[in-house]
Design a protein around this ligand. Structure first.
Ligand code: ATP
Ligand code: MG
Length: 365
């Protein structure tokens, strides 16, 4: 019987940062041609997009440029209207409320918002978050009643106010939805943030298993409502046995980087499979993993001497507070993790001591 010719899949990525690069890397074994696009550098050229090509984005917001317009106006720009809706915290939180998906209590900060009313409503500490453009803890402003902090004038209509959540810990879930509406998920990931930036993740953890159905139901409801296709990430606060959504990201996500080492299909490949309508099934977890983000750190080849480490170096200029890579440690047993973390404790700067200690404490809890 004659075999069907395999289809050539071309996927263009709006943005050319590390997520685009890792999508491209994941596409190679499947011969999916993934091309990240630098939309920031002005260009007079037009991209040679074909009608059958597929467009995705590695970021939820972008400046208008000739290339970003060409990509976002393509007929196969998957999830096109979703990006703007989730990039604005006001519309994102409104969607969660409409779907009755639990989230931290919030309101829009407008011309009439009064600081004392906010404290009355939400307590001593209220977190203002810019509606758009925030990442890694940037675009946040704490109102502290004891210190009499005020709403910055230029934050009105540009921010939401959120109740400070006294959470037990932060978790996230990465899921995918296919074109036919089927959803599959990775196990919940435990995350540690320091100064608003993700420092480390551990997954899977059996003590989080009982929260998995709750997390899956919440993210399914969001992805179904948006008729979403591809990978989406949902960051949550765990308060006892309840999950509250902190935020959603319509893309592959830093807290899913452990899947590159721990799973037989990683989040990047899963996203591409969904976009290209290729078969999808629940990824098998081969082993537990720890992910350590490399933030403002210089590349250190000693990391490669750790027997269970995989290094992903983004080849970006190293700047304070900038994500420049990550290390995945596969965790076949506790001793292996302990040994690698002990060495990292010697090699890494001060800001890593708390996250590394956290990994040791949480790994088997
Ligand atoms: P990202 O880089 O993940 O997009 P972000 O800077 O856009 O992050 P958030 O994820 O909303 O913003 O917040 C960053 C971190 O700040 C959270 O992971 C959490 O540690 C803390 N945080 C956010 N909202 C609250 C809240 N309502 N109460 C307490 N802590 C919070
Ligand atoms: Mg976040």
């Amino acid at each position: 019987m004659a075999q069907q010719n395999p289809k050539q899949h071309n996927v263009w990525v709006l943005g050319d940062g590390q997520l685009g690069a890792m999508l491209s890397h994941a596409g190679q074994p499947l011969a999916i041609n993934v091309q990240p696009v630098d939309i920031m550098t002005p260009s007079n050229e037009r991209l040679p997009l074909k009608d059958t090509d597929i467009i995705t984005a590695e970021r939820e917001q972008w400046p208008e440029s000739s290339l970003s317009l060409q990509l976002s106006e393509h007929q196969h720009f998957i999830n096109g209207p979703v990006f703007g809706r989730l990039a604005d915290r006001f519309t994102q939180k409104s969607l969660l409320d409409e779907l009755s998906v639990p989230t931290s209590p919030w309101e829009l900060v407008d011309d009439n918002t009064d600081t004392s009313n906010l404290h009355q409503q939400y307590g001593d500490r209220v977190l203002l978050k810019r509606r758009t453009g925030g990442y890694d803890g940037k675009g946040q402003h704490w109102l502290k009643q004891a210190e009499g902090t005020e709403i910055p004038a230029d934050w009105r209509n540009e921010a939401i106010a959120e109740q400070a959540i006294n959470f037990d810990e932060e978790v996230s879930i990465i899921g995918v939805r296919t074109q036919s509406g089927e959803c599959v998920f990775y196990p919940l990931t435990l995350n540690l943030h320091q100064d608003g930036i993700l420092m480390a993740s551990i997954s899977p953890l059996s003590r989080l298993d009982h929260l998995q159905p709750q997390a899956e139901a919440m993210l399914t409801s969001v992805m179904d409502a948006l008729d979403y296709v591809g990978v989406m990430a949902m960051e949550c606060f765990r308060v006892g046995d309840e999950l509250l959504v902190n935020e959603l990201a319509p893309r592959v996500h830093n807290s899913g980087h452990w899947t590159q080492s721990g799973c037989h299909i990683n989040q990047f490949e899963l996203h591409l499979r969904a976009l290209c309508d290729l078969p999808i099934h629940t990824p098998q977890v081969n082993y537990k993993c720890v992910m350590v983000n490399l933030i403002g750190a210089d590349k250190d080849d000693r990391w490669l001497s750790l027997p269970n480490a995989e290094l992903f170096w983004y080849n970006k200029e190293v700047r304070v507070g900038r994500k420049v890579g990550h290390l995945n440690l596969s965790a076949h047993n506790k001793a292996m993790v302990d040994d690698s973390i002990a060495l990292l404790q010697q090699w890494m700067p001060e800001q890593y001591q708390a996250p590394l200690a956290w990994i040791l404490a949480e790994f088997e809890r």
